[in-house]
Design a protein around this ligand. Sequence first.
Ligand code: SAM
Length: 263
Amino acid sequence: MSKKQKKTFESYYSEIYKSRWTELKDILIKDSDGFCLSDNLLQNYYLDPASRAAALALNVQQGESVLDMCAAPGGKTLILATALRGTGTLVSNDRSSDRRRRLKDVINNHLSEKFRQNITITGHDAAKWGLFEQNIYDKILLDAPCSSEAHVLKSSTHLQRWSPARTKQLSIQAHAMLAAAVDAVKPGGVILYSTCSLSPLENDGVIDKLLKKRSDLVDIENLSLNSGFLEDLSAESTKYGLHILPDKNNGAGPIFMARLIKK
Ligand SMILES: C[S@@+](CC[C@H](N)C(=O)[O-])C[C@H]1O[C@@H](n2cnc3c(N)ncnc32)[C@H](O)[C@@H]1O
C-alpha cells in the first residue's frame, strides 16, 4: 500500500467531510451488521440496511416491468423480485460474467420457482441500454459501480486502484448509465439512482450533469427524510437525494439515492 496514495485518499475525503471524516473512516473500517431478508425467501440473505432502503425506495408494485441495470450479486434484485411476487417482469443485468454467476446462484438459492419465473438475467453494458430499448420499463434501479470507499479502506488492492481521477471517471460512467436509464424508462416511469460512494461527484454530481443535458426529460422527486422505506435509518438531504452515512446509522451505509421521474 503506497503511503502517498493513502495520503491523497485521506486528504481528498477530509476536504469534503472535514472533522467528520475521522469518525466516518473509523466506522467504515468495521464490518457492520447486515439486515436479514427472510420474507418470501427460501433462505435468509444479509445485506446492508441502507442498501435495502435504496431498493425499497423504488417502490415496485406487482405487475410492473422492472430493470435492475447493475444487479450482481443480487441483494436488491431479491427485494424487487419479492415485491413483484412472480408478476410483471424483472430483468436483472450485470456486465461481469463472474458476478453474473453469483447473481444466478443468489436468485436460484433464494427465490421459489414462482418468484423467479418472471426474471431474465442479462449481461449488457448498462451505458448502451438506450440504444436497444426505449420507453419500456415502469421502474429502473441503477445501483452504479462506484468508488466504494469502505472497500478502499479495507483493502490495499482497492486503495491502489483509487485516485481522484478514478472517482471522476466513475462519475462519467454513471452518467452514461443514467442517461441510458432515462431512455429505457417509460414516460411517467421511475429511476432510482444509488451508489455506496462518499464522493459527491458520483452522487449529486451525476444528477447535475444529467440535468444540464436532459432537464426536459426528467424531474427529480423530493425525497422526504421521513420516507417509510428509511424505517429507523437516519438520512441527510443532499441537493437531489438522500445520503445515509454510517457514523449516524450504527455502521449502515454509505448509500446515496435519488428518484427521477421521466416526463
Ligand atoms: C454496486 S454493484 C451492484 C450491487 C447490486 N445492485 C446488489 O445489490 O447486489 C455494481 C455492479 O455493476 C456492474 N457493472 C459495472 N459496469 C457495468 C456496466 N457497464 N454495465 C452493467 N453492469 C456493470 C458490476 O459488475 C457490479 O456487479
